[in-house]
Write a protein that binds this ligand. Structure first.
Ligand code: SDX
Length: 382
């Protein structure tokens, strides 16, 4: 038995443990609901945009016109990255995953930030906005450089969502694609105490700087059990290859106790509301692009997985349909998770800013199950 005195409880992976009190977002896992600052995600996806929802998460209320214009201007003003960073991106090994380059760029970018030695709330808000503005540039520059394409500098006439699409593809998006990218960023922006947000909070709780906290968050998001799943979903669809192959493939995965990427969630035991919205967009876009193969395979996977695992609360999560959309938009697979990070940096920084207002360093306990009173044997006698 463990060697801790007093009342202790151990929950693997901190399942069900409340680590913070927040007013930023709430998830109803049983009902499949996600609410940002009291507003259901469905309403924000229908009516809002990246900048407005970022303001809501950072500052607690929807912005007034001038507040929104000021934030849009700030984000546009800080899209460029230092020349030294551009050099680093251009010289980075081409076979490095963009999430590792993003982690490196954020770390190096912090060294150039004029507020780098200021951990005050005001400085952290400025740094959060600068990071949010620059991450799309970091991702797009490396994505194009690694494909041997010229980098496309930010366009100050475009919104945050439009500019992301423009820097990745070199094309200015039409109204429909602009709307879709805004929705994707809104849906990925925030999700309570997920692994990457918690990682950022743990680092920030030591009063380390916010760039270090975001590097930790990027590192956590990279994992295939978290943000890295969207890339693997597309690989799975390509591996399955046809609707006919779905049943045998999924039944074999279940038989071998393999995790099917894009399904399951620690909190949702119902359909992830984000996946529901993304599925609609994926179906609409695949019809428009006359390329319905991947959505048909995905829908068959969903049918088999819900039949086999739905009673255990395993349903599609946010990563299941997003990859199909990105693929149809012409984004290379390796930027799927960086796009998740480009949106989630708002949630990460919002939680760091909120937690620091009443900070306490995270320091959980561990239940020791090793030996005690072991004799020290000199090396010559071992
Ligand atoms: C994200 O936390 C967040 O909010 C994350 C996120 C966010 O916005 O930040 O929502 C984003 O990360 C979404 C999740 C993306 N990851 C994947 O799609 C990878 C596949 N999913 C699983 O690895 C898993 O569902 C997790 C990691 C998402 C959740 O894992 P848990 O809560 O630790 O659940 P578990 O691994 O303990 O599984 C419980 C049971 C097991 O069955 P038994 O062994 O008890 O019989 O459910 C089964 C698992 O086998 N199960 C799955 C499954 N996920 C869980 N079986 C098949 N396929 C799956 N995907």
């Amino acid at each position: 038995m463990g060697h801790l005195t007093g009342e202790v409880s151990y929950s693997k992976g901190l399942e069900g443990v409340v680590a913070a009190i927040t007013s930023i977002a709430v998830i109803d896992g049983e009902a499949g609901k996600l609410i940002y600052r009291g507003i259901p995600i469905e309403l924000l996806a229908e009516h809002s945009n990246f900048e407005e929802t970022a303001y809501l998460l950072w500052f607690g209320d929807l912005p007034k016109k001038d507040e929104l214009e000021n934030l849009k201007r700030d984000l546009i003003e800080h899209r460029e990255v230092p020349e030294e960073l551009v050099d680093c991106i251009k010289k980075a090994p081409r076979d490095t995953h963009p999430m590792e380059i993003l982690r490196t760029c954020v770390s190096m970018g912090g060294c150039f930030d004029t507020d780098k030695n200021d951990n005050s709330r005001g400085a952290n808000i400025r740094k959060s906005i600068r990071l949010t503005a620059q991450m799309p540039t970091m991702v797009a520059y490396y994505s194009r450089a690694r494909r041997g394409l010229d980098i496309v500098p930010p366009n100050s006439n475009l919104s945050h969502a439009q500019n992301l699409y423009y820097m990745l593809t070199g094309e200015i998006p039409n109204e429909e694609i602009s709307r879709l990218v805004d929705v994707i960023l809104i849906l990925h922006m925030e999700h309570g105490m997920n692994a990457s947000t918690f990682a950022a909070m743990v680092i920030a709780s030591t009063l380390s700087d916010i760039y270090s906290a975001i590097c930790g968050a990027i590192s956590a998001l990279r994992g295939p059990l978290h943000g890295g799943a969207n890339e693997r979903v597309l690989e799975m669809l390509q591996e399955i290859g046809s609707v006919e192959n779905v049943e045998p493939y999924i039944m074999q995965a279940i038989k071998e106790h393999r995790r099917v990427m894009g399904f399951g969630h620690r909190v949702y035991k119902a359909y992830d509301p984000r996946a529901r919205i993304l599925k609609e967009y994926a179906e609409r876009l695949s019809k428009e692009k006359k390329n319905t193969k991947w959505t048909q395979i995905a829908e068959k996977i969903e049918e088999v997985m819900i039949r086999e695992k739905g009673k255990k609360g395993i349903f599609p999560n946010v990563d299941f349909y997003s990859g199909i959309i990105y693929n149809l938009l012409g984004f290379p697979k390796e930027v799927f998770t960086p796009i998740f990070a480009i949106a989630r940096v708002v949630g990460w920084t919002a939680h760091v800013l909120e937690y620091l207002q009443s900070n306490r360093i995270f320091r959980p306990r561990a239940l020791y199950n090793g030996p005690l009173d072991v004799e020290y044997i000199p090396i010559e006698k071992r």
